[in-house]
Design a protein around this ligand. Sequence first.
Ligand code: FE2
Length: 384
Amino acid sequence: MSHRKVDTNELQPGMVTSSDIYCSRSGVLLLKKGTVFHQAVINYLQNMDPEAVIYIEEGLDDTTNMTGSPREKFDPFYCDEKKELEGSIGQIHTIPSEVADEETKKIYIQAYKTINEIYKNRKIKPYIKEIFEVLDYLVKKLSVNPEMMLQVALLKKIENYCLSHSINVCVFAAYLGKLLGMDIVTLKELSLAGIMHDIGKLDISPEILRKKGLLTDKEFESIKLHSLHSFIRLASVENVGKDVLNGVLQHHERSDGSGYLHGLKGNDIHLWGRILGIVDVFDAVTSERSYRNSVSQHEGLEMLLSNSFQFDQNLLSLFIKNISFYPIGSRVLLNTGETGIVTGIHRHIPFRPIVKIQNKNKSGERVVDLSEQLTLFIEKIILD
Ligand SMILES: [Fe+2]
């Protein structure tokens, strides 16, 4: 198979990268070898790094040769309903007790069941009391002991992407709100905006949402309207405040004006829209589900950070600095194939902890500080 060099402005949907692509300024990995370009990926790369050096496979620019779905790999909108929901809920019981206590699991499962009912029955009103009750528990628990709730969200143990993403955005948004000093009542409202931010997808054609191939411009325009539909659906429900409505309406606006629906910039975007924008993308890029076979959690996070100009810098750094990706004592798999135990955390570089690694031949152990060993990184937490 031969390959050729192309500029970002020559990229066409269906082309396939023949090598990893790194940012020409920061050296951060942008795309992995074998990535199939579709329009959203092209836009992403052209925005991120117009000078990037790109090599593509010759003769592999037919979209029928794609393996898997590009939308599944790159698009947080992607929703696979084939997963049995009950089976997915069952998996949460496998989370070890040192990661989350029974109360946390119970709250998470209840939130999952309620949001599942809302999506299944396509109605918010009959469940609004129930969802407020769940969020009341969730926010109170998060206020007292955020670590456990965050770890459940970070572990991504529920496989249905749409539903787990809704809850994770809710948890991360409430956590960021707590870091900002919001009171319990406000946090409950913010968590409602988080769990409902994508409810407007119910108004987008399922064929478009589930489409495996490339989206046409018209289809993408249709998908963009989901934040407006979320707004409209929530606006018809009693007791839903203006901040919630503005948050869901503006969760795809970006600080540099590149977002939608209105291309708002900076602080013209409502605070809750800025919060939801960060945690929405954070959960999407750190989710193996949406980036399966494409980028690891670590790479996804670096992609988010290298795209940080799209977000409120203060909010983003506050959030990232306060997330403990790998709690002390957790078993992790490294990119070398070795396993280790996390023994220390750097508060300001939470995704590069200190790890005690078992040597490959089991001849002993060594302690490695990942903040100093930049070629080493954690692929994932190992749950037995
Ligand atoms: Fe969205």
